[in-house]
Design a protein around this ligand. Structure first.
Ligand code: DAT
Ligand code: MG
Length: 148
């Protein structure tokens, strides 16, 4: 079982798409093990996007992610990292496959609605950064109909 960090960015919240987006992860079978609605401080944004520091889009990215509240969550499931990113679609909404969140709701790379960890190390780092390391699991009764 794997865990991944997912964030609904300020545009998703402002546009009233929280329920619509969470529903897509939920109905796919990914299990929510942590979730919070929150304001992102500049320091948290800078830690989260530290790998992008120095890139031309970095300042705009920090402005965007701190511009309004977000919904942060941890999702669990087999290959959760890959499953969540596939549900989100490619980074640029124009390159995202139809049916993905970014393709269905987005047009520009700087307003692409969602974040998802891109690998196991990133997921561990981001989960720790946003939620700490003590997230309990829970038994979901329907799991035997989602997981073989
Ligand atoms: P992803 O969010 O798909 O993991 P990433 O980690 O490469 O993509 O970049 C993080 C965010 O930064 C991305 O969601 C949008 C923004 N971004 C990335 N590349 C960009 C670019 N070339 N121009 C503008 N914004 C960009
Ligand atoms: Mg990334």
């Amino acid at each position: 079982m794997e865990r991944t960090f997912v964030m609904l960015k300020p545009d998703a919240v402002q546009r009233g798409l929280i329920g619509e987006i969470i529903a897509r992860f939920e109905r796919r079978g990914l299990k929510i093990v942590a979730m919070k609605f929150m304001h992102v401080s500049r320091s948290l944004a800078e830690e989260h996007y530290a790998v992008h520091k120095g890139r031309p889009f970095y300042d705009g990215l920090i402005e965007y992610i701190t511009s309004g509240p977000v919904v942060a969550m941890v999702l669990e499931g087999p290959n959760a990292i890959k499953a969540a990113r596939a549900t989100m679609g490619a980074t640029h909404p124009l390159e995202a496959a139809p049916g993905t969140i970014r393709a269905d709701f987005g047009l520009e790379i700087g307003r692409n609605l969602v974040h998802g960890s891109d690998g196991p190390e990133t997921a561990a780092f981001e989960i720790g950064l946003w939620f700490g390391d003590e997230i309990p699991g829970w038994e979901r009764d329907v799991d035997r109909w989602i997981l073989e």
